[in-house]
Design a protein around this ligand. Sequence first.
Ligand code: 5GP
Ligand code: ZN
Length: 114
Amino acid sequence: MTDCLFCRMVAKEIEPDVVYETKRVLAFKDLNPQGPVHILIIPKEHIPTINELKETHVQIAGEMMLAAQVVADQLGVAEKGFRLVMNCNKHGGQSVYHLHMHLIGGRQLDWPPG
Ligand code: 5GP
Ligand code: ZN
């Protein structure tokens, strides 16, 4: 039993709306979408923030990006484009301390972000 929300999803104690899954990665719909498409891509392993990423995580970090590529294609935003975001700690706006990549698309996104 863990109090990490995303670990509980990996353990299937909580069942998010999964769009893609591999041995090491899970991708599911964000509860509070910031666009027509908003997916969270997480490693199944608990890594709190990008600050804790180690050399041994290089494979999983790459797999998260490849998962984003697959999901973007699957959900029809690959051609028009999308954004991948990883928030880190307070200034980055991180609220869930299990590494995750946001895939947001389906509308024109502004730059710079707020
Ligand atoms: P962060 O702010 O840490 O970068 O992103 C956390 C994301 O998790 C937010 O976009 C938030 O909407 C999403 N989130 C929080 N709780 C849940 C939940 O219970 N289920 C799902 N699917 N997403 C969640
Ligand atoms: Zn976790």
